[in-house]
Design a binder for this molecule. Sequence first.
Ligand code: SF4
Length: 178
Amino acid sequence: MVKQAAMPPGYEGPGFFATTMDKTIGLARANSLWPLPFATSCCGIEFMATMASNYDLARFGMERLSFSPRQADLLMVMGTIAKKMGPVLKHVYEQMAEPRWVISVGACASSGGIFDTYSVLQGIDHIIPVDVYVPGCPPRPEQILDGIMQIQDLAKNESLRRRNLPEYQALMEKYEIK
Ligand code: SF4
């Protein structure tokens, strides 16, 4: 059954409903996220299960995966990221237009996981900012869905001005991202 998205907070009366532009745009963004799956190992398989009929990511308006960073607004990093892969991941992030969000799926992407070794990046937040971390090795599809719903909450409630705020600019400068 198709379930309608809940209305944003606002004022309603007979024949009218008023809300803010932030809430309207946030509602549209949250229900039309285009993910870019950056999957390098086993957590990616769990994401495939999340896409398939049982868990059905299409329910979130996300059946259209984007393999072009320029048409994606949610970067999903899943799997072990070797240090050599780091600059590639950062390049992909830089090519995404604002507003953009990042989910780090699984122990490897979030902290290097069991691979505490010279060649593996010990967490993608060393090179790009992360909005939501999904724990597990691998996380179950339910956990990935929960992470996506947390991103939806962020998208829904984000002020349109957030990306121009000095705090956000400082965060980008910290990661040397233009
Ligand atoms: S967190 Fe576990 S399941 Fe995910 S990529 Fe690393 S080793 Fe594989």
